[in-house]
Unconditional design. Sequence first.
Length: 115
Amino acid sequence: MSPTPKKIKLAAGNSTLAIHWSDGHESAYSYRFLRGKCPCATCGESAPLQDQVLGGLPILGQKPLQPERAELVGRYAVQIYWSDGHSSGIYTFQYLRGLCPCADCTAAREVENPA
Ligand SMILES: [Zn+2]
Ligand SMILES: [Zn+2]
């Protein structure tokens, strides 16, 4: 059985979205990282441009990139409404868990997919 989020926390202070999983694991994703990993078709197509924009310094006058809100989609995913107006990305739990940037998960992924 794949783990599901027990708790999803948006921490404004350090710009991270934290997930507490049903198996006890904790993941912390920076907003910028998550936005860059948006799984929707539009972002997939314009990935190079996205990277450029997201990699640069925040543009003056723009709101900082952050989720305005996050909503559960059924029992399998979470939809994030970003402050840049984008909201078509549906992040499935499995996808999110696969993105977990912690040392343990990174190491596990390297074992599964040797470069
Ligand atoms: Zn997108
Ligand atoms: Zn992890």
